[in-house]
Design a protein. Sequence first.
Length: 423
Amino acid sequence: MQKWINETDLLSYPEISDIEIKTALKFSVEQMVRNIYSFKGNFPGAASFDGFYKPGVNKGWTTGFFTGETWLSYENASFVAGERIGADGKLRENPEGASERTLQDVKDFFSHAAERQVLSFLSRIERKADVDHHDMGFLYSPSCVAAWKLRDDENGRKAALLAADQLISRFQPVGEFIQAWGRMGAPENYRFIIDCLLNLPLLYWATGETGDPKYRDIAEKHIHTAMANVIREDDSTWHTVFMNPKTGKFDHGATCQGYKDGSAWARGQAWGVYGTAVAYKYTKRPEYFSYFKRVTGYFLHHLPKDLVPYWDLTFGDGDDEPRDSSSAVIAACGMLEMAKYLSQEEAAYYTSIARKLLKAIYDACRVTDPEESNGLLLHGTYSKKSPYNTCTPEGVDECVIWGDYYWMEALNRLYNPSWQIYW
């Protein structure tokens, strides 16, 4: 039995319609109204429990996505302008004590919530609380860089620049890469992971803001090292690349979250799709477009017939394994980003493929009832334990907060093609 779709069949699949985009985006903004009320200044965790996120403090690598959703809701506030919203955050017809919100009311609601969250990120980076890792871009681009771009928020700018300084402090000159985690220079931690490609836009932004080329130079060195080592001959990608601390050369590839070292972890491959797109955005090096085509082609050619990726791309139709909807929307965002720099024909192709993926997610994974979940996308996978990996099982067949964010980003990209990205 064929496990994966072929390209000819893929081209025949339907695309998400403009009406469906608006429907999903409106529900997303409505859900964020409810969540901001219910979380009361706290942050959701990385993954839901039985469909519902629990409130917590600003820690870990994922809280920036919730603030990113808040800013995307601010930019799409018109979807709930005129609604009558009660003090409990529920959107109903004529609830007792509710008043009709104007567009400015709703924009203020979201901006005030996001700006309070930005203060939390500023405090976090000033206190160096849980920031001894490479995920400064995931934390500070959709939260604090967005705050500066959208609202000239000085706290956001200050926090993001401090985060950029923290990120470059993990640069390893021997091998020219940003070390992911752990004690700097320790042989067992002398590694980078594919995810870091999405942390690098923070450094390009920092050079643009300060005029200091050191941020951009480190970003470009890391990109070059990553591109030279993370893509395998068959166009799949390593999750983790260990470098030799003495020579700076490739030592070996491994996985923490994929099924096994030689397989293609779905979210990692999706980070590769988006990561090569942003690498091209900032460098315009033609070989990076070649890398984009390779990793994207592998991702597409290892999708099941319903187009919702399994958590590892080694699995396909007939395998009894969980899916990862977040991988599809991350990859779709990468295709929509790269389409901005391509010929008309190539741009149309990747835009069409992205819309097909989003249609599949719309049909199979989106939350439609706030009583079912306080997230946006079902069937995500954070960490799936296997006999061959080292991860802690968490968030299997749940909502994951980055999946929710990139779902909103993808919808917003199609609804507002001139959108200025946070990355």
